[in-house]
Design a protein. Structure first.
Lengths: 107, 116
């Protein structure tokens, strides 16, 4: 089973700041990695798929990079609505699995 | 527009079963797998399994494979997930998600509470 590790667990930032979230896989997942945003009481929302492709309707301030085992989600300038939990998901094996999440909260 | 609408909240006793539905609209139901993901209170996301609505084929993790049954009714574009032998640690929100570009559309979630 491929294990995903996300860091940091919590990121405390102010609106307008840059957020950099990391997702590391225990073995290569090529580019088969996605990022999701989840707010309390809501379903997850797809942000990035195939490591770097923005999903439909996702603002350009969200970008993804990486391949193999190391991936990054960057939010270039945090908006108030971006404070949420972010999960990565690997699709390399037939058993998809999620990372434990990074909470981005207001400093 | 693509929508997945799930059935309402359930309260079950330990040992019982629950069946959650996921009605799809706005796209060709048989063209995309449907996945089931759950989230215990205050916890992360856990993949449970998926169904191919075209042929009914399913895959699930070893953790759930003896207790989960995934089915579909193509005539009404609806997928179902039934979980048996419920225990208190099955209390969670259960989501269905369409497998387009990864899990691109999600249902609103169904809270299943297991309590005696």
């Amino acid at each position: 089973e491929i294990v995903l590790t996300q860091s940091p667990a919590t990121l405390s930032l102010s609106p307008g700041e840059r957020a950099t979230l990391s997702c590391r896989a225990s073995q290569s997942v090529s580019s088969h990695l996605a990022w999701y945003q989840q707010k309390p009481g809501q379903a997850p929302r797809l942000l990035i798929y195939d490591a770097s492709k923005r999903a439909t309707g996702i603002p350009v301030r969200f970008s993804g990079s990486g391949s193999g085992t190391d991936f990054t989600l960057t939010i270039s300038s945090l908006e108030p609505e971006d404070f949420a939990v972010y999960y990565c998901l690997q699709r390399s094996s037939w058993i998809p699995n999620f990372g434990p999440g990074t909470k981005v909260d207001i400093k | 527009q693509v929508q997945l609408v799930q059935s309402g909240a359930e309260v079950k006793k330990p040992g019982a079963s629950v069946k959650v539905s996921c009605k799809a609209s706005g796209y060709t139901f048989t063209g995309y797998h449907i996945h089931w993901v759950r989230q215990a209170p205050g916890q992360g996301l856990e993949w449970m399994g998926r169904i191919n609505p075209d042929n009914g084929g399913t895959k699930s993790t070893q953790k759930f494979q003896d207790r989960v049954t995934m089915t579909r009714d193509t005539s009404i574009s609806t997928a179902y997930m039934e979980l048996s032998s419920l225990a208190s640690d099955d209390t969670a929100v259960y989501f269905c998600a369409r497998d387009g570009n990864d899990f691109d559309y999600w249902g609103q979630g169904t809270l299943v509470t297991v309590s005696s």
